[in-house]
Design a protein around this ligand. Sequence first.
Ligand SMILES: [Ca+2]
Ligand SMILES: [Ca+2]
Length: 430
Amino acid sequence: MSRLYKSQITPFGAGFYGTTRMNIVKQTAVIAALATAGLMGQAQAQTWNTLGGAAPIIIAHRGASGLLPEHTLAAYAKAIEQGADFIEPDVVLTKDGVMIARHEPVLDGTTDVASKFGADRQTTRVLDGVSTKAYFASDFTLAEIKTLRTIQPRASRDQSFNGLYEIPTLQEVVNLAKAKSVQTGRSIGIYPEVKHSAFHSAIFGARVLEDKLVSTLHAAYGNSAAAPVFIQSFEVSNLKYLNGQTNLRLVQLVDADDVKPDGSLSLVAPYAQPYDFVLGGDPRTFADLLTKAGLAEIATYADGIGPWKPYLLKTVDDGVDRDGDGVITASDRRIDGSTGVIEAAHEAGLLVHAYTFRDDAGKYGVTDPALEIATYLKLGVDGVFTDFTATGVAARSAVPEPGVALLCLAGLAVAAGMKRQRRAPGEAKS
Ligand SMILES: [Ca+2]
Ligand SMILES: [Ca+2]
């Protein structure tokens, strides 16, 4: 299987975007099969190696965070303008219990907090096992946080928008997505991440963040798997809890701290395990979640996985300067093809949304960022998280490769038959 995928993705030069004879044959077969199945209107001539054959989604990671300060309404609006299907707010709680969009539960790196509040407002807390002294969002009221202005945390990115935008609440992000859906006539979904669930439970009470999130999302979208919503988390027990609280779709994130020269994943704390596993004494690592048994368990409580991209495409550092720039970087790595995780996840009925694609960082085995995303789309991911929405949209438009018709139709059958176990039989539906 991996050899087949390797042959599809290694010719990066002329022909990568081209249509081969074999593809024409496959396309014809796909069109015929879809017409027979009555799916032409939906899929047209384009089909994908995704779980259900639908086009993969482009998820604006923290908004158009490559261009504007992350997690601001301006960054989300920019991403929508560039064609994002979903916008991604990370969610943390303020002192007065309001959900706001921030990647970290601290305000230091992405705002001007240090110039507006004294060092006496810093506290030391244990975050995923690491003692951290910082301005924690949970020590500031929403009114205080609304006086802050955001900054671009990456020095290599445009700093000219610093000081302009405030931190939005989750409700404001929902309102934006809904208003833009009406304005554009497109469905703009929302993909909130529950940040540091165990940390928030310790401060605010067990599952308070999850309960608030479900309440807000149900009020906005209803309690339906068909809603344009995914909820994601790196922890496991909170997703299992959420599975009993909502029919909204759930995604298990899967982390690692680095990728080794041989292509395997490095697993070092605090990126080795879901933090609730650490607290509960469960020895399993993130990598264990992606074994056949791990995926089967995830399929009992979630609809998809969100793995760091090296889990999906194996690349090897063999010391060859492939792009000829005189230095060996991640972009020079040899691409060996699919690790098999996408295929195994799809067999388990799980969507695969890979993270994070950045024009300006972390491109393994590729120098061109659109080509990198296209590579994963051809492998069969169901979506990508990217800081650069425009690159993701362009990559998706550029991929002409249809999926294999039978796989596509089998995928539809799998998707229909292998939904997550949303609640125990006989349990009341609300
Ligand atoms: Ca996130
Ligand atoms: Ca190089």
